[in-house]
Design a binder for this molecule. Structure first.
Ligand SMILES: [Ca+2]
Ligand SMILES: [Ca+2]
Length: 129
């Protein structure tokens, strides 16, 4: 969406998570990006700079925990990703493996595997990984 003026304005949002980007057309640059969570209803946005402002808002892609390749299911491909990232509780998460840290404690370890296992459900038990 485009906000051609300046100053705060209000947007009606459905409940959910959104990714936002503030773009400054005068400078031709993205000034600020981030995510917001809306409980639904109207929300006021204030441009982080003066002058014309463009606000891009996009539904945050709903991510299933454990669906690392985001194809909509948790399967062997996701397990491979997890396996490649698994390094144990004393090793910090490697770059690119952040999503494998399912409990967000800074390491990819057995606790994360428990979470992953619950995501992959019966598939893990029934297939040769
Ligand atoms: Ca997947
Ligand atoms: Ca972890």
């Amino acid at each position: 969406m485009y906000q051609p003026g300046s100053g705060p304005f209000t947007v009606d949002l459905a409940a959910g998570e959104y990714h936002y980007e503030w773009f400054n057309p005068d400078a031709g640059a993205v000034v600020k990006t981030g995510t917001i969570t809306s409980a639904g209803g109207s929300r006021t946005f204030k441009p982080p700079f003066s002058g014309h402002a463009v606000l891009f808002l996009a539904d945050f892609e709903v991510m299933t925990p454990g669906d690392f390749d985001r194809d909509g299911d948790v399967d062997r491909e996701d397990f491979r990703y997890f396996q490649a990232c698994f390094s144990g509780p004393t090793v910090a998460v490697e770059p690119g493996c952040e999503e494998s840290d399912l409990d967000s404690n800074g390491a990819v370890d057995h606790d994360d595997f428990s979470v992953f296992e619950s995501c992959i459900g019966g598939l893990l038990a029934n297939s040769q990984l």
